[in-house]
Design a protein around this ligand. Structure first.
Ligand SMILES: NC(=O)c1ccc[n+]([C@@H]2O[C@H](COP(=O)([O-])OP(=O)(O)OC[C@H]3O[C@@H](n4cnc5c(N)ncnc54)[C@H](OP(=O)(O)O)[C@@H]3O)[C@@H](O)[C@H]2O)c1
Length: 301
């Protein structure tokens, strides 16, 4: 990544990555660190802990930071998220943080409420509003379904523009280091619209194991997700999201990845081949890009 210093920025000051051990956060943190930006990735078990449910411990995590990346858990569209983001923004103000980049979800009215708080926060801001992560199938809550050979999702024939999280992390890192990306909602999609049938076929080829898509009812999805070990509170969020966003509202492409990075977004097949080479669907249990165990199911869609 090339850092473009801006006279309004001091890249010797720290960037804090909230959700820094998660799917997007650890990639954002790795990119910033590789570029020489002092970076603190925080989660509930990091040396300086950060817990969304306990605002009394937020300040040490964000003190002395210039910028913050915010990946809210379990989901920015979950009930209560807006109130927590509002409290976080106050804390960031109080700590002298100058810039915030919020990870948001495409087509979710509840996520838009959090985006508006960030846009009106008085801080320098950027929103990274993402389509479904491709990595949901390799590291996230849909990996057990891939391993079991059946993607049971109430999706019908809807198309979605699945996004490689490495592209998202590159754009997020740019918003955190280059002021030209600030003050914008970056609506990120992959380069193609795919049905879940298409996804199953591509995963079958890349992972060299049979994977099929099954269009199920919401009730069947809930039963299957719980059987896959997804925590019940997360299943509730997923069910709500799926009922809301799997109606074709996100069946369109943007060129925001290319506009931010100067190169096209990564095709799903390229993601799948790279994930297979990295052992994501090996019977040994899969690996994250950092070598850590695959993430627990946590964030939605
Ligand atoms: N999945 C998708 O397709 C998709 C698409 C668009 C937007 N999103 C958004 O992505 C966000 C999630 O980001 P992600 O996928 O990068 O994360 P993730 O892989 O779901 O990991 C969750 C991260 O948050 C931390 N965390 C969990 N509970 C926490 C708590 N109570 N307090 C503090 N930290 C906590 C985890 O660390 P510890 O467990 O170590 O604490 C981890 O770093 C959600 O807001 C969702 O709306 C997801």
């Amino acid at each position: 990544m090339t850092i473009t210093p801006d006279r309004f920025q001091d890249l010797t000051r720290r960037t804090v990555v909230l959700g820094g051990t998660g799917t997007t956060g650890r990639r954002v943190a790795a990119r910033l660190s590789a570029a020489g930006v002092p970076t603190r990735a925080v989660g509930r078990s990091t040396p300086i802990p950060f817990d969304w449910t306990d605002a009394s411990i937020w300040r040490p995590a964000v003190d002395e930071a210039r910028a913050a990346y915010v990946a809210y858990s379990p989901d920015v569209a979950a009930p209560g998220a807006t109130e927590v983001i509002a409290e976080l923004l106050e804390t960031l103000h109080g700590a002298g943080v100058e810039h915030v980049t919020l990870l948001s979800g495409r087509g979710e009215p509840a996520a838009r409420a959090a985006e508006l708080l960030v846009e009106n926060s008085g801080l320098s801001w950027a929103v990274v509003r993402s389509a479904w992560f491709a990595q949901n199938f390799s590291e996230g809550y849909l990996r057990p379904a891939v391993m079991g050979g059946v993607l049971a999702i109430p999706a019908g024939g809807v198309t979605e523009p699945f996004l490689d999280v490495d592209d998202l992390a590159a754009v997020a890192a740019a918003t955190l280091t280059d002021a030209r990306h600030a003050g914008r909602v970056h609506e990120l999609t992959g380069p193609e619209l795919l049905t879940f049938d298409d996804i199953a076929a591509t995963l079958s080829r890349a992972a060299a194991r049979p994977v099929v898509f099954a269009d199920v009812t919401r009730a069947d999805f809930i039963d299957g997700a719980i059987a896959d070990g997804i925590p019940e509170d997360v299943v509730v969020v997923l069910d709500h999201l799926f009922s809301e966003i799997l109606d074709g509202r996100n069946s369109s492409l943007t060129d925001d990845v290319e506009r931010a990075l100067g190169r096209p977004a990564t095709p799903f097949a390229s993601f799948a081949e790279a994930a297979a080479r990295a052992g994501s669907w090996s019977d040994a249990g899969g690996a994250s890009p950092s070598g850590a165990p695959v993430a627990d199911a946590a964030a939605a869609h």
